[in-house]
Every structure is written in C-alpha cells, then in structure tokens.
Design a protein around this ligand. Structure first.
Ligand SMILES: [Zn+2]
Length: 204
C-alpha cells in the first residue's frame, strides 16, 4: 500500500494504521498550556461541548452524528487551570525506559530490547527511573545479578526520571504532528528527540 506524501513529510517515526476518528487520541493542555493528558476524541469533544475546554488545533476532519456535525480536535485546552501534583512522576514501564534511552543499550550502545536494573533487585536495587536502563540481550545476560562494575560494564549516562510531558507520550506510544509545538517546550532539549522515535498517528 502506498502512503500519502503528507505522512512521509511528517518527519516522525513509522505511521500507525488509520482508525475511526472518534477513537484517535487528542492532547489536552492545562489552561497554562502545559500538556496535561491525552484522551480519546470522544472525550475531548465532550469537554468542548460542555465548555470545559476550547479547541486549540484541529486538522479539518469532521465528526458526524444524527444531531451533530463538528470538526475533530487534535489539541484542546482546559478553560480553568487544573492543579497538578508538584512532582508527578512519569510511569515506569519497559516501553517508557526504552524511549527515554533512545532504544539504545546503555552499556554497549547497540539496539536495546530489554531493560536492566543497574543495581539488581536481588541486591536491593529499586524499581525506579534512577536504577533502570535500556539494555541489549547480550549485555543483560552478561551482567546477570551483578553491578555494572562487577560485570565490567560502564553506563553511557546516569539514568533519571523524564518530565511529565514525556510520560504522556510514553503511555500513548504515538504522536500527532500537531502536538509537537505544544510538547517540545515541556520536553526540553534532552527529551525532545523522543518525538522522532514515536509512530505518527495516521488521521484520515
Ligand atoms: Zn549492550
């Protein structure tokens, strides 16, 4: 199947298969413009129809029902600021760790498929951003229940927790190109490259 030119020009990762518009993810911004969550289109439409949110970006597609015809949003903004816990931590998952580390083994720089606890859990290492890294199978099996020093391995960089905007992306696992401008300021230079690793949402 041939992809349309627009998808190839989008500049992101691979393109996801088309799905019904009503199920596609929409980025929700706080009133302050800070990325807050990602919800299905149907939820975003309810937020706008009840005037809890305003449409910030739409891509020209229409949603139709018997009683309604409106443009599908891709980004909405809450009318009133929602308080976010000061230190909301990004959810730690295999996918999120692989994204954080650019899908590169943090010991040898090769393609990573696994995650590794730097200080093994059997040795009291926590399941936390600061102690989990992407790793290839080879390094993982070489390391076993040892510390990097014991196994003769060296970390490329000290692992740490990414910002909340990263967590939103890791949870959804895909990107709408319209979101880039709203996410980049909250990802910062270090984390923005993750945008190029995510599959781009194919909107019909
Ligand atoms: Zn490796």
């Amino acid at each position: 199947m041939r992809r349309r030119g627009g998808d190839e020009d989008a500049g992101g990762g691979p393109v996801t298969a088309p799905r019904p518009t009503i199920n596609l993810p929409v980025l929700v911004l706080n009133a302050s413009m800070e990325p807050l969550s990602i919800v299905p289109t149907r939820r975003a439409v309810v937020l706008t129809l009840t005037e809890k949110a305003e449409v910030v970006h739409e891509d020209g597609r229409w949603l139709r029902s018997e009683s309604l015809r409106l443009r599908a949003p891709t980004v909405v903004r809450l009318q009133r600021q929602v308080r976010v816990p000061v230190r909301r931590r990004a959810g730690l998952s295999r996918r999120a760790v692989l994204l954080r580390d650019g899908q590169r083994c943090q010991y040898c720089g090769g393609a990573a498929e696994d995650v590794d606890h730097v200080i093994p859990r059997s040795r009291g290492g926590p399941h936390a951003w600061e102690n989990v890294v992407a790793a290839c199978r080879r390094c993982n099996s070489r390391k076993q229940d040892r510390t990097p020093r014991e196994a003769g391995l060296r970390l490329a960089r000290r692992p740490g927790a990414p910002p909340p905007a990263f967590w939103l992306l890791a949870r959804v696992g895909e990107l709408d190109d319209a979101w880039r401008g709203y996410l980049t300021p909250y990802l910062g230079v270090r984390w923005a490259p993750v945008l190029d690793l995510l599959p781009v949402i194919h909107r019909r």
